[in-house]
Write a protein that binds this ligand. Structure first.
Ligand SMILES: Cc1cc2nc3c(=O)[nH]c(=O)nc-3n(C[C@H](O)[C@H](O)[C@H](O)COP(=O)(O)O)c2cc1C
Length: 224
């Protein structure tokens, strides 16, 4: 879609309505749009501005299929391990079932998603040391997730859907082999990217901001 015909949305509206999209049409993604997302991603903050990440954009059908098979292998184990034994009420059960249907759909159709974006993080330790010892200012991951979120928000602004996924990590060695990724990189996230079939909207959250926010002293609550 050209810049002129694309509906414009504000930043806050975009991030409030950006939910995990797991169903996509066959419509290809413009390479220009992928670049826009990549450029937005690298504008995210990172410790010392070192940007400890790389992207791998997968569009080749055979590579997507190989990744989808590994993702499905991981999912098959994971879904058994996390299967809920009960729900507090019908609404909770319905919410879980809706989310699960979409998750299963993605696992079963990952190779058909137009683009799979891999986020690679070098296995480095960003902890700085001095004479007093280590200064643990945060794990390297903390300098990668903001870039992932920026990528996903930029996609939202372009009308493209994404979902943060990590199930491929269960078979990360094989993922590296499929894509020729050197051992020194973790494959931190896999983002399916495409034109979503679902609608954007504010997703339900069972822990609203006021419940998990204290003011001045831990436990002191306010209502918005
Ligand atoms: C660290 C992380 C790992 C995730 N892994 C997966 C995954 O492997 N597969 C998947 O379908 N969704 C995955 N998700 C997506 C979450 O299920 C989703 O963000 C959450 O349910 C909220 O979705 P909503 O914004 O649509 O409500 C992951 C999210 C995060 C932050």
């Amino acid at each position: 879609m050209s810049e002129a015909t694309r509906p414009q949305i504000g930043l806050l509206e975009g991030l409030m309505t950006n939910r995990a999209m797991r169903r996509f049409t066959d419509e290809p993604v413009d390479e220009e749009d992928i670049w826009t997302c990549l450029k937005a991603a690298v504008q995210a903050p990172s410790g010392g501005n070192i940007q400890p990440y790389q992207f791998l954009i997968v569009q080749d059908p055979d590579t997507k299929l190989a990744l989808a098979e590994l993702y499905r292998r991981g999912w098959a184990r994971y879904e058994i391990a996390i299967a809920p034994t009960g729900f507090p009420d019908d609404a909770a059960r319905e919410g879980w079932e809706r989310n699960n249907r979409a998750t299963v759909h993605l696992a079963q159709n990952l190779e058909h998603v137009p683009v799979l974006v891999l986020l690679l993080m070098p296995s480095i330790d960003m902890t700085v040391h001095d004479d007093e010892g280590p200064m643990p200012v945060g794990p390297t991951h903390a300098s990668v997730y903001p870039a992932i979120q920026n990528f996903m928000l930029a996609a939202r602004s372009l009308g493209l859907g994404t979902a943060m996924t990590t199930l491929h990590r269960i078979y990360e060695d094989e993922v590296r082999e499929v894509c020729g990724i050197p051992d020194r990189y973790e494959v931190l996230a896999l983002l399916p990217l495409g034109h979503p079939t679902g609608k954007w909207g504010v997703a339900p959250r069972h822990r609203p901001a006021e419940r998990i926010t204290s003011w001045d002293r831990f436990g002191e609550k306010r209502t918005p």
